[in-house]
Unconditional design. Structure first.
Length: 322
């Protein structure tokens, strides 16, 4: 996926270990690392209330703070805090004249507090080797070893972090991708309320698109259309006798032709005729290929299909509900 893989974190760590003049500078340079660590967008009271009742109605639990991506977000935020914490500890060690002087109790307290914060962050990031190095630095501080010895132990810790992180993968999402990944109403609240059975596929399609998984996104979109077809059949009082779309669309079209309002563009007949025409196009262009040919889709193709299905479902939700 374009723009989603980044080694910014490693570069920032290397940058800090080589020496930065201030923690403020470190904070500024960590902007890219923090990009994936923002807080989940809050929902309004009415939306939160609706979401609380949704899982029991549709059998799908919406993404919550225990999701894998949220854990990655916590790590991204923790990583930036780690870099700042390391820099602050380094600055304390390099305080003017400290190598030759006996540290005051206040200095020892500062060192203990700052290495403890580093340890907490490494624990969140699940870096056991680094935690072992932190324990060694802590033991030197508790034993009030000479500052050069503590500094050497700290240097070993700094060198260990990128080595242990080399076994991890950090995902970076642009603001647009982040919105796709976290949006609880990817097609708008109207669609979510009209077709609650489609929530799972709509949310998953949006997440897959955010992560560059075009084929998976399109397959979920096709799944989200099933409740739409059933809702149209229910609204027109047409019994679905065949699971295949073709016969169902034919039966719906026959029923629509019996509706009044041939010349009225706002009539139910015009509305359902347009909806069925679009659904037939979707069936021919994409659904058949997904179900029968196992088609593959690029990110660009999936984005176009996502927009088309979104437009269709938003229009349909104006008059049709499950």
């Amino acid at each position: 996926m374009t723009n989603t893989k980044s080694k910014t974190g490693y570069r920032a760590l290397k940058w800090v270990s080589e020496g930065v003049t201030s923690s403020a500078s470190a904070s500024s340079a960590l902007g890219a690392s923090k990009a994936a660590g923002g807080e989940r967008q809050s929902l309004g009271a009415s939306a939160s209330s609706w979401l609380d009742s949704t899982p029991s109605r549709v059998g799908y639990e919406l993404p919550c703070i225990t999701s894998l991506f949220d854990m990655l977000k916590i790590q991204a935020s923790a990583f930036s805090q780690l870099l700042i914490g390391l820099k602050m500890f380094e600055e304390t060690l390099k305080d003017r004249g400290l190598d030759d002087a006996v540290p005051t109790e206040r200095i020892w307290e500062i060192l203990r507090d700052r290495i403890s914060e580093v340890g907490k962050t490494l624990e969140v990031m699940d870096l056991p080797v680094c935690l072992h190095k932190v324990a060694k630095v802590k033991s030197y501080i508790e034993g009030k070893e000479k500052i050069p010895a503590i500094s050497r132990a700290f240097t070993v810790l700094v060198e260990t972090i990128p080595e242990e992180l080399s076994g991890r993968i950090f995902l970076y999402l642009t603001p647009t991708e982040k919105q796709l990944f976290e949006n609880m109403f990817p097609f708008g609240r109207e669609v979510t309320v009209a077709f609650p059975s489609a929530i799972f596929d709509l949310v998953e399609s949006s997440k897959c698109l955010a992560l560059g998984r075009g084929t998976a996104s399109v397959y979920h979109l096709m799944g989200a259309l099933e409740p739409c077809l059933k809702a149209m059949a229910a609204a027109l009082q047409v019994q679905i006798k065949d699971p295949n779309w073709g016969p169902v669309i034919d039966d719906l079209q026959k029923k629509v032709e019996t509706l009044p309002g041939t010349q009225d563009p706002k009539s139910d007949r015009s509305f359902y005729s347009d909806a069925l025409a679009n659904l037939s196009l979707i069936k021919t262009a994409w659904r058949n290929h997904c179900n029968h040919a196992r088609a593959k889709y690029t990110e660009e193709e999936a984005t176009q299909i996502y927009g088309a299905i979104k437009s269709f479902m938003r229009n349909l939700s104006q008059r049709v509900h499950e």
